[in-house]
Design a protein around this ligand. Structure first.
Ligand code: ADP
Length: 743
């Protein structure tokens, strides 16, 4: 394949730029000439200056920009065959053999139709004498690859669409802010979020903010008097001391009969039935705006990389392919299949077949819906006589990670709702040794969802010697039947030790479950830990600012990020910020690397480069540390460029948890409670850690953990993200020689 076109179409979404950058640079890197088709299908129909070659440097500095630099539009003419005929002519004129289309299901429907009609369009162009028969033969097939750009996350074939994570950031920030003003005045707020046929944003933001009620198109309230039910929950909430009431409404919310439920209607209900001062906030286009989240930048980068590989396959010529993500794996699926399933949801909603709509959305959507339904309750279900009531301890261990509180809230509420007695252990293993253990109830975790830090307290204490006796005594005294440890490696190590010593201390013969929470993402049996996404966003935002600060000077930054011996944060933040070099402990640092860097910097700055960015994991190399690198580059850069270091430090651990971390924390906590319920009392009970593996949440037995770990460096032996190094490297390299002059 020699030439491809790339376009963004339909509603814009944050991360589209990162996708364009990735497609352009990966294609150029493989020697494929790339044309930007400006203003989506409109540009394809108009042709002329709207289809232009795009170079390596044209897509520089756009990773952190919202919107799309190549423009997007809605194009009526493309909906008609005559428009598509003109588009086909323009593509052939530019010898474009493949298209990467970044857009929503509408745009991808257009793509599907274009490919189906392709040969007949060429035939018609030949008949009209616009192209020769030889040309028609030469361009007989058009390869098409689609990337789903849509903030709604409404398309089958990918767990996440480009822009959805960022939109959630915007919504969650807004609801967090509204919550504080609502609480001050004891007001009710109705927040309307986007999603005409998809409740993803509404559901996930309700989960992530601890909202009090949510209305989505796929699963309308199953009662005709749902208004009574909603008001009852809100009224009870007030009675037990809740100061704010937030109802999240998806744009397309409807009742069982298919009648729209508008935010205005919800407001009226709250005002008339509860007599509450109620305000509506329609978030609107704020949700589309702003800088893309770290996740959206990296998702787009990975999708763009595979798009360029996929477009060169025979399959893409036969049937458009959708590149998506499942778990952390990039996937390819036939577009027609994905569209069919996507339309299936719309049809199901229209036909009021809500079971079908929910089942098409997938398991994790339904699971989240169930969790939200419990968490929004004002109070737990009453305990029934004779109900099984377990005594479960919840605690942290290791460094603080944003999302720890969210996990505690979910565990406590879901546990209490099932009748269990939830015991909070304060200050990690220190508290378990000292007996600092207190019962937590429904309201004691109110407001925890969005709060950074760790309200229960956490530290890196790992018990030793006589500590075990004290722990055994306290567990016995409190009659603890199972433990949930939310934290990092210190927690896993201690849990393993308790598990090993269960023959010595009968109190230790209980199931333990570890929930991974550390910004470092260095835990075994999970691809992601709670807190890492927030840290990544913290780093990306800081680096964005650092880059801006350098506009007027020729400067190189050496940025040091956390991670201990795990390079995850360094690599993923380098990918999200376009850093040209990343140093991680897994790869080490050699003198030759540094000499090469100096040479690259000198060559780059001599050719007019203005900014250098190097990201370094804190433990990449003890000798060649951040200060050393800075001094070396500074000395060798002479007057050509100066060098600054930025050690980001603890800001990476701070801040309120990102939506993703809140969702992951809640889903994992919910499963952990279920796990403990299943294990407690079993003759062959198991202790385990929970993890996200290949898109699913799974448990791994604690005893299998040691062999998965590189004990010396406290990181897993196998780290899935190590495969991404090559992709990050290609994109951040300087323009290849033949591209140097494309300013
Ligand atoms: P999105 O891609 O965000 O879902 P739209 O539904 O508005 O946005 O679609 C964007 C563009 O894709 C439309 O303006 C039109 O040019 C093209 N398109 C959408 N549906 C079709 C269709 N059925 N046939 C041909 N082109 C279509």
């Amino acid at each position: 394949m020699k030439k491809i076109g790339v376009l963004t179409s339909g509603g814009d979404a944050q991360g589209m730029n990162a996708a364009v950058r990735s497609v352009v640079r990966n294609a150029l890197n493989q020697g494929i000439e790339t044309y930007a088709i400006y203003e989506g299908y409109q540009g394809m129909v108009d042709g002329g200056q709207r289809i232009r070659a795009i170079g390596w440097n044209d897509v520089g500095g756009i990773l952190q920009l919202g919107g799309t630099i190549i423009g997007s539009a809605r194009c009526q003419r493309f909906r008609e065959r005559s428009g598509r005929l003109q588009a086909a002519y323009n593509l052939v004129q530019h010898s474009i053999e493949g298209l990467v289309i970044i857009g929503g299901d509408g745009s991808l429907t257009g793509a599907h139709i274009l490919q189906k009609e392709w040969s007949s369009l060429l035939q018609e162009l030949v008949e009209q004498g616009q192209i020769t028969a030889e040309t028609a033969v030469r361009f007989a097939t058009l390869a098409i690859v689609g990337l789903v750009g849509s903030i709604d996350n409404d398309m089958y074939g990918t767990d996440m669409t480009i822009g959805a994570d960022t939109a959630l950031h915007r919504i969650v920030d807004a609801i967090d802010a509204i919550t504080s003003t609502a609480a001050s005045h004891q007001r009710s707020f109705v927040v309307e979020v986007m999603g005409r046929r998809c409740g993803y944003l509404a559901l996930m933001s309700a989960l992530a903010t601890g909202a009090d009620w949510v209305l989505i198109p796929e699963s309308p309230p199953n009662l005709d008097n749902w208004e009574d039910k909603m008001c009852e929950v809100l009224r009870k909430g007030r009675e037990v001391g809740r100061r704010d009431s937030i109802v999240v409404v998806a744009e397309g919310a409807q009742d069982r009969h298919g009648q729209p439920i508008t935010s205005e209607y919800v407001k009226q209900v709250l005002e008339t039935r509860l007599g509450e001062d109620t305000r509506i906030t329609v978030l609107g286009h704020v949700q589309r705006g702003g800088a893309p989240s770290a996740f959206d930048r990296n998702l787009s980068t990975l999708l763009g990389d595979d798009a360029v590989n996929a477009i060169q396959t025979v399959e893409a010529r036969e049937e458009p392919l959708v590149i998506g993500i499942q778990g952390n794996r990039i996937t390819r699926s036939p577009l027609s299949y994905c569209l069919e399933k996507t339309w299936g949801v719309a049809t199901a909603i229209k036909e009021r077949d809500y079971e079908q709509a929910m089942s098409l959305r997938g398991n994790s959507f339904s699971e989240t819906f169930r969790i939200v339904r419990t968490l929004v309750r004002a109070l737990p279900h009453n305990v029934l006589p004779g109900q099984r009531r377990l005594r479960i301890a919840v605690m942290h261990a290791g460094g603080p990670a944003p999302g720890m509180n969210t996990a505690v809230r979910a565990a406590v509420r879901l546990g209490v709702d099932k009748g269990h007695i939830m015991m909070g252990v304060y200050n990690g293993f220190r508290g378990l040794i000292d007996g600092d253990i207190h019962e937590l109830n429904w309201m004691s975790v109110a407001g925890f969802t969005s709060r950074g830090g760790a309200e229960l307290g956490t530290n890196r204490t790992v018990p030793e010697g006589r500590d075990w006796y004290a722990i055994a005594r306290n567990l016995e005294e409190q009659q603890i039947e199972g433990i949930l440890i939310i934290g990092g490696w210190a927690g896993y190590e201690s849990a393993l030790e308790i598990h090993r010593q269960r023959a010595i201390f009968p109190a230790f013969d209980i199931p333990i479950v570890c929930l991974p929470a550390t910004i470092n993402n260095n835990l075994p049996a999970t691809e992601l830990s709670v807190g890492a996404d927030t840290a990544l966003n913290n780093i990306a935002q800081a680096v964005d600012k650092i880059k801006q600060s350098a506009v007027a000077s020729r400067r190189t930054f050496v940025v040091e990020v956390m991670g201990r011996y795990c390079g995850y944060l360094a690599l993923m933040s380098a990918m999200a910020t376009g850093a040209e070099r990343v140093y991680i402990h897994e790869e080490g640092v050699t003198l030759k690397d540094l000499v090469d860097d100096v040479q690259d910097l000198i060559t780059g700055f001599s050719a007019g480069k203005r900014l250098g960015l190097i990201i370094r994991n804190e433990s990449a190399n003890e000798v060649y540390n951040t200060g050393f690198m800075k001094s070396l580059f500074e000395e060798e850069g002479h007057d050509l460029f100066d060098v600054r270091q930025a050690i980001l430090g603890h800001m990476q651990q701070g801040g309120d948890p990102s939506p993703f971390d809140r969702i992951l924390a809640t889903r994992m906590a919910s499963r952990c409670i279920r796990f403990l319920e299943e294990q407690i009392g079993q003759p062959d009970m198991m202790s385990a850690c929970i993890g996200q593996l290949g898109g699913e949440i799974k448990f791994t037995e604690l005893q299998d953990i040691p062999r998965m770990m590189d004990q010396q460096h406290n990181r897993p032996r196998q780290q899935w993200w190590m495969n991404l190094r090559a992709i990050a490297r290609v994109l951040a390299q300087p323009a290849p020689r033949e591209q140097q002059d494309t300013a």
